[in-house]
Write a protein that binds this ligand. Structure first.
Ligand code: ZN
Length: 145
């Protein structure tokens, strides 16, 4: 309980935030100033209206499960016992619009098409400086506020 929290760094810069506290991560993308379309990853030209007036956008990390599958093999290279029986992968429609393909946190029977999900950070390994390297995954959202 008294173990010091390690610093956290994203597995790759520019795709999601890593809050210093327990706050959920935000998804980093872009938004078109002309038509309002959101994109992940960020784009320089709007794929809907060809505008070049895009700005950086932080998205909520909440969305709905469009589709998913479960892989009944241990996650390659994973050291977490959580992945020893396999893992889920989902396509998540963010509330802002973009569809992401990301790992799922939870057991297969917890998921159903259309359910609400939220992003969270998952420690994938430690780096040479002893920091936690984190990536995104999605978990069922129990209480929407
Ligand atoms: Zn546009």
């Amino acid at each position: 309980m008294s173990e010091a929290k390690r610093d956290r760094v994203p597995i790759k810069e520019g795709f999601f935030t890593v809050p210093a506290d327990a706050a959920p991560p935000k998804i980093l993308g872009s938004c078109c100033a002309d038509c309002g379309e959101h994109f992940f990853p960020a784009r320089r030209v709007c794929a809907k209206c060809n505008s070049q007036r895009l700005r950086a956008a932080e998205m909520s990390g909440r969305g709905s499960l469009y589709s998913y599958t479960f892989v009944h093999l241990p996650l390659f290279g994973a050291t977490s016992v959580e992945y020893k029986d396999g893992y889920g992968v989902g396509q998540i429609d963010l509330d802002e619009g973009p569809r992401l393909q990301m790992p799922l946190a939870g057991r297969q029977e917890e998921f159903r098409i259309g359910m609400r999900l939220r992003a969270e950070l998952d420690v994938v390994r430690q780096d040479k400086e002893g920091r936690d390297v984190v990536s995104l995954r999605f978990r069922p959202l129990e209480d929407e506020r």
